[in-house]
Design a protein around this ligand. Structure first.
Ligand code: HSE
Length: 306
């Protein structure tokens, strides 16, 4: 095989209480990366569609991730890379992660699959390090593996999938603004109080239990965040109003997607999900802010060849 095209989905990470730990991918929204072998060495980005990003292979997250993979094999390319992005970076929907994931998945295919999907996560994390200053895995892991993923440990990396209710729907609301993850990480407290810790790990356990036991009430009660949401919500215009609108319209829970400005609500009913979406959109429309929205199930598949 000399040529391959891979799709990797956008993701919702943190999911309330799981900062840098929890995430799940969306259906029908993600990046496509087309990689072809060349006879010489090096990486070349031929084109990027859908976002204004550097063609310099030393600055682009996709080629930085490929470089990490090649380095571990002692190889030096050569590959041509073309990227079609679904959504710009700074959305809170794991935009850099899905480019990095699709890129390393594609090169792994072209090299005869030296790595498993799980092993590819660490290379894709290098793209995250380059884009946000932190090699977090809560977007790359779900984009790569599919399903609801947990990063149990970073050192050593230990990632696994947990069962989730198939009927769960995410209502995704993206106001057309940019929040840089690097900045959204810097403003978080370096330390949290024992009281906040107790709340957070109680909610983490509750959320995992709710997901594994199909208990929507428990999922909703546990989708709280004492660490990032209180600090980051000020970066998202009308956050409290949008959250109120979603909860009043019947959302199971509501929170920030990744580092924002995208927010999301969960529901287990398509009609309710549509009402939640309209209620959230209305808040933004009243305030003259354009939004992109969608309703998606949790994507069980993750990255794949197309
Ligand atoms: N877990 C990361 C953060 C996700 O919240 O900073 C970034 O999208």
């Amino acid at each position: 095989m000399d040529d391959v095209k891979v799709f990797a989905p956008n993701t919702i990470s943190n999911v309330g209480c799981g900062y840098d730990v929890l995430g799940f991918p969306l259906e029908g929204l993600g990046d496509e990366v087309h990689v072809s072998k060349r006879n010489d060495s090096g990486l070349r980005i031929k084109e990027i569609l859908g976002a204004d990003l550097p063609l310099n292979s030393e600055k682009n997250v996709a080629t930085i991730a490929i470089q990490a993979l090649l380095k571990s094999l002692g190889e030096d390319g050569g590959f041509d890379v073309s990227i079609t992005k679904s959504i710009s970076p700074g959305s809170g929907l794991g935009s850099s992660a899905c480019s990095s994931v699709a890129a390393v998945y594609a090169v792994n295919e072209l090299m005869g699959r030296p790595f498993t999907k799980s092993e590819l996560i660490e290379f894709a994390m290098e793209g995250e390090r380059a884009s946000s200053g932190a090699a977090h895995a809560d977007n790359v892991a779900p984009s790569m593996l599919g399903g609801f993923t947990v990063v149990r440990s970073y050192d050593p990396l230990d990632v696994f999938q947990i069962p989730f209710p198939e009927e769960l729907l995410a209502v995704v609301i993206f106001p057309n603004l940019e929040v840089r993850t690097e900045f959204a990480k810097k403003i978080l407290p370096k330390k949290i109080s024992l009281e906040d810790g107790v709340q957070q790990w109680g909610n983490m356990a509750g959320l995992i239990s709710g997901l594994m036991g199909n208990d929507m009430r428990r999922i909703g009660k546990s989708m709280m965040d004492s660490v990032a949401e209180p600090v980051r919500k000020v970066l998202i215009p009308h956050y409290d109003k949008v959250k109120d609108a979603a909860m009043t319209a019947g959302a199971i829970g509501f929170n920030i997607s990744g580092s924002g400005p995208t927010t999301f609500a969960l529901s287990d009913d398509m009609n309710l999900a549509k009402n939640i979406r309209s209620a959230c959109r209305e808040v933004y429309q009243r305030n003259g802010i354009e939004v992109f929205s969608l309703i998606s199930k949790i994507n069980p598949e993750g990255a794949h060849v197309i």
